[in-house]
Design a protein around this ligand. Structure first.
Ligand code: ARG
Ligand code: ZN
Length: 408
């Protein structure tokens, strides 16, 4: 299609964006001046921000900007480490092809949780579940993406009336491949172990949307591994950041008015079919919503509202306490340390996120954004061998949030 005219230097004949020689640097940013210098480099388009926290940020440095960025950092005595030496090599190694024998014993679907799968495998898995477990599982389409791909929602329920409800989504951001893998892993664990799950799992109506941004996801597989937004429009400035497009305090700080920006919030709240589908479904449903979890990556955070600013809701101590318990459960599952806190304070203020809308507009008590692994060693390009440990610890966190939602 005509949508691939992007940064021409990096495009192969078949239209793929290459990151040969691009590097990931972890920079120590412990003063206001250092933060400002980085903001300047960013505005000059020398670097792209990947992630970070109060003291370090990860930046992507393109090969021809390396000298300039290095000089600027050295001049201010800013320390940095090169965490990925060649991003294209990391991308090439992240998702090794599977052998046919990896699919043994799984007639019916192709998901393995040993590799990142394409959209058709993910969809095929959901279809398989709906056909195989018609009493437990219901599958529906809650809308269509900009490019017309269905947005699927899988419900798991024991069918009792009066159950409380929890929503879990992944793949709002296209390049965060670990998140649809994690959501489908959680679904798989629940279904394979359903009879043995505790009451606070069995007596909840679970709503899973493993991949809210299917167009962006496919685009990261076929064209640009590092695409974040949806796929409205074309060219360098295509796309809306779906996690700036939700309708609670839409357009506030941390969301951009510039269509070319990675954090462009769109022309208005819920302007995008991917977010509008979520709004329509949740607000139109009579479920007793108590929990809302959006999976993102990376950074290892359990975040709760508010995200739009450095403020907290009146019941924030409940969210903090459950978040801390979830972080402990992650450790108990053999996982690394996850930082718990309100999103605006802990990361950065960013308005228009799904968590804020869930809590602020839909009044869902336990609303979280969980940023999965890692800490910036691989960032978005997390090797497939990390899927199972990451998803396993995420499941432990979900169970804690379920326990709290059950009695809320
Ligand atoms: N990394 C996520 C983002 O930038 C964090 C979202 C946290 N929630 C929020 N409402 N800002 O979209
Ligand atoms: Zn994200």
């Amino acid at each position: 299609d005509g949508n691939v005219a992007f940064d021409d230097d990096f495009i192969q004949p078949e239209g793929r964006v290459l990151y040969r020689g691009s590097q990931l640097w972890k920079i120590l940013v412990d003063t206001e001046e250092k933060a400002e210098l980085l903001a300047g480099l960013r505005d000059g388009e020398e670097i792209t921000m990947w992630g970070g926290n109060a003291s370090t940020v990860d930046i992507l440095v393109k090969p021809d900007a390396r000298d300039k960025v290095r000089k600027a950092l050295d001049a201010e005595n800013i320390k940095y480490d090169i965490t990925i030496d060649d991003l294209q090599a990391a991308i090439d190694e992240e998702n090794p092809p599977l052998e046919e024998e990896d699919f043994d014993n799984r007639n019916g679907h192709r998901l393995t949780w040993q590799a990142y799968h394409r959209l058709d495998d993910l969809q095929g898995y959901l279809d398989f579940l709906a056909e195989t477990y018609p009493d437990l599982v219901k599958l529906q389409t809650i809308g269509n993406s900009v490019n017309g791909r269905p947005i699927r929602l899988l419900k798991i329920s024991n069918g009792q009336t009066g159950n409380k409800a929890i929503w879990i989504d992944g793949g709002i951001h296209a390049r965060e491949w670990i998140t649809p893998a994690t959501v489908t892993y959680i679904i798989n664990q629940f279904i394979s172990n359903w009879e043995n799950e505790p009451k606070y799992i069995q007596n909840i109506d679970w709503y899973f949307a493993p991949l809210l941004n299917p167009d962006g996801y496919e685009y990261t597989h076929t064209v640009d591994r590092l695409w974040r937004k949806n796929r409205r429009g074309s060219g360098r400035c295509a796309g809306i950041d779906l996690n700036r497009n939700f309708g609670y305090r839409w357009g506030g700080s941390g969301s951009s008015k510039n269509p070319c920006a990675e954090t462009y919030g769109g022309s208005g709240a819920f302007s995008e079919p991917e977010t509008a589908a979520v709004q329509k479904f949740i607000s139109g449903s009579s479920a007793k919503w108590k929990g809302y979890i959006s999976f993102h990556s990376y950074g290892q955070y359990i975040l709760y509202p508010w995200g739009y600013n450095r403020v907290v809701p009146p019941d924030y101590q409940d969210l903090e306490a459950v978040g801390q318990k979830a972080a402990q459960a992650i450790k108990g599952a053999g996982g690394p340390s996850y930082t718990v806190g309100p999103a605006g304070n802990t990361l950065y203020p960013a308005a228009g996120g799904s968590d804020d809308w869930a809590k602020g507009t839909m009044k869902i008590k336990y609303a979280y954004t969980i940023e999965l692994r890692d800490n910036g060693r691989y960032g978005f390009v997390l090797p497939a061998s990390y899927i199972q440990p990451t998803a396993k610890e995420a499941l432990a966190a979900v169970k804690i949030i379920a326990e709290a939602s059950y009695t809320a």
